[in-house]
Design a protein around this ligand. Sequence first.
Ligand code: ZN
Ligand code: ZN
Length: 284
Amino acid sequence: MASHNLAHIKIDDLEIIGYSVAGEETVVAIPQLDVCFDVGKAPDQIISINHVLLTHGHMDHAAGIAYYLSQRNFCGQSAGTILAPKNLLGPIREIIDAWTRLDGNQIPANLVGVKPGDEYQIKPNLFARVFPTKHTQGSVGYCLVEKRKKLKKEYLGLTRAQIVELKKQGVEIDNPLEIPIVTYSGDTQYVDFSQLEYIVNSKILIAECTFYEDEHTVRAEAGKHMHIDEFAGLLNNLNNKHIIITHATQRTPMQDIRKILKESLPKDKYDKVTLFMDKRFRRS
Ligand SMILES: [Zn+2]
Ligand SMILES: [Zn+2]
């Protein structure tokens, strides 16, 4: 039986499921891409996903690490892969070791330490690219990039036989093509993500915007989170087709957040926004 009642959003052929409330729990999964961003308290619905991409070590994002790994073992699945900022691998190993002693069973794990600029292959054509955020020491975000090859313009009119012949001669007939599909920011204070082209053009942006009220600017600064005023500025320079907002505070009622969003964003941006935990915003 499912342990959580998760939010559920469908964008084209991708389903995005999860739960995200600031300070409580954040876990955002895309089962078709075999990826779960942060692990929250490890809801049952994400256990069979092979890759957890952890952004930082705060409890609301990372509490379920050992449970995720252990449940996979219990259900006869292969060891789960956890990508995490390099500086967190030591503490994560200690937690797994402690749980192994407590539980009495080995907990298989494939731990991968990452730093900004790294890429990790998720599927043959799908890579997780790591970028820096400003939240805790070593905190990162991830962009899922699909890599394809596209026939160079000059060879477009050729027959299959001619192309095979060129390949035989060792001619490079393709240009590499990168399609950024989803960017997940994790927790972060304002960063000018428009410096990174793959984030600017990512089809889907899943980003935190924690605070909305004017008097919460101080809280945003102290907790290294985004306030709507900064978030609106950030979106101005990005071209994402779909924007999913996560990690909203419980201090502001949902109806107020909706209202402030509408007032703060230009219409063309507002129309692309889905508040992850808002049932009224959900497209399916
Ligand atoms: Zn958080
Ligand atoms: Zn955090």
